[in-house]
Design a protein around this ligand. Structure first.
Ligand code: ADP
Length: 380
């Protein structure tokens, strides 16, 4: 039985939020309501961080009312204090000058105590643009850290193009263990979570602004990650507002930037470094992916995109250079087949490259303070 947005809005109209009697849809705090093909309903409620306590019961009530609508399979409502294109701020709080001012670092003192319990380090794997092999690198690095005996999780925050289910050959849905908490999926000794497990691939495209952030926050905080040495976060590609908000909202120990050797890709990588610096997240290193092309017939390596650019760029930016990954048929085929090369050919030449990089990463990381709280940026 198909449910409509009006069914959901009618249910939400029974939830009062202001003392004057304004309902949730009237309050200007409700995001776009998303209903996926499986009749799962998602929305968020825009609040000021100081209102979190007052709004938690309202969020629960809103979920309950929508859950009672016939045909609804599940409901995910979240509170968000970030504003995006689909969530206007409550009218009463709209700044007098109108349009948004740019994000500014350090406007508010660092947020304390938002680390993820049980998780020692959260590391973002990012790239200035898509298609440079960020997800493939994140997945193989996670496996290489696992091969060192560390307890590792992989969170796919690339909400616009989740690829972790495919990279790890995983399908099916995660189990709900209690209330809203999900059990992570498991593959090759890694714990994994991706929006790709939760919604149909085509629905991922309609997630915008605060919905993106709240989905990622839930995958971070409402998943039973347990005890982990490292949680690798495969970030959405690019350096826009969504990435900036994510970088500041996640208690990151540091970030790794993946780039290909071309000049243009390096300019994007530089933007990535600048973005993380803006929110005071340490850069753990730069990785040059597709550094050389290894011919599958004769094994000769050629630097078809040029070579060494990322190393020079890292030196120029004074960030560590973690290493070069060649462009090989084995990496592409194993990634696309859901059998990542570090897990399926652990002693082969490709796995060795990833393991060497992972060793350096872990060395840089264990020197970094664990559970660093992220600074907070207010985007108004
Ligand atoms: P991104 O996450 O940056 O969008 P992906 O990790 O999805 O990029 O990689 C894009 C494509 O490039 C995939 O088909 C992947 O298998 C391939 N790929 C990534 N890194 C390599 C590599 N070092 N050698 C060969 N193919 C690669």
């Amino acid at each position: 039985m198909a449910i409509t947005r009006d069914d959901v809005l009618n249910a939400l109209a029974t939830v009062t939020v202001e003392s004057g009697g304004a309902t949730l849809p009237e309050s200007g705090r409700l995001s776009q309501v998303v209903i996926d093909p499986g009749n799962r309903v998602m929305f968020s409620i825009s609040i000021d961080p100081s209102e979190a306590e007052r709004f938690e019961p309202i969020r629960c009530e809103a979920e309950e009312r929508v859950r009672a609508v016939p045909g609804v399979a599940s409901v995910l409502a979240s509170l968000t204090s970030e504003r995006g294109p689909n969530t206007p701020p409550p009218a009463a709080r709209r700044p007098p000058g109108g349009p948004s001012a740019p994000a500014s670092a350090g406007a508010v003192p660092p947020r304390q105590g938002n680390a993820l319990p049980g998780v020692r380090h959260i590391v973002a794997v990012a790239s200035g643009k898509g298609g440079v092999g960020k997800s493939t690198t994140a997945c193989n690095l996670a496996l290489a850290l696992r091969a060192q005996g560390l307890r590792v999780g992989l969170l796919d925050a690339d909400i616009y193009g989740p690829s972790v289910p495919k990279l790890l050959g995983l399908s099916g849905k995660p189990r709900v263990i209690e209330g809203r908490v999900l059990e992570p999926m498991q593959a090759f000794g890694l714990k994994a979570m991706s929006i790709g497990f939760l919604i149909e691939p085509e629905s991922a495209m309609i997630w915008r602004g605060p919905m993106v952030q709240s989905a990622i926050t839930q995958m971070l905080r409402e998943v039973a990650w347990g005890e982990l040495d490292v949680l690798i976060v495969d970030m959405p590609p690019g350096t826009g507002d969504a990435q900036l908000t994510m970088a500041q909202a996640t208690p990151l120990s540091g970030a790794v930037i993946v780039s290909t050797p071309q000049d243009l890709a390096l300019i994007d990588a530089r933007r990535g470094v600048t973005m993380f610096r803006k929110v005071s997240v340490p850069i753990l290193g730069v990785i040059e992916n597709m550094a050389t092309f290894v011919c599958p017939h004769c094994g000769t390596a050629s630097a078809i995109f040029g070579h060494g650019g990322a190393r020079q760029e890292a030196e120029r930016l004074e960030v560590p250079f973690l290493g070069e990954i060649p462009l090989t048929m084995a990496i592409r085929e194993t990634s696309d087949a859901g059998r990542p090369v570090v897990a399926t050919d652990p002693d082969g030449p490709q796995a060795t490259v990833y393991r060497t990089i992972a060793d350096k990463l872990w060395a840089n990381l264990s020197g970094a303070p664990a559970g660093r709280a992220a600074p907070r940026i207010v985007i108004e």
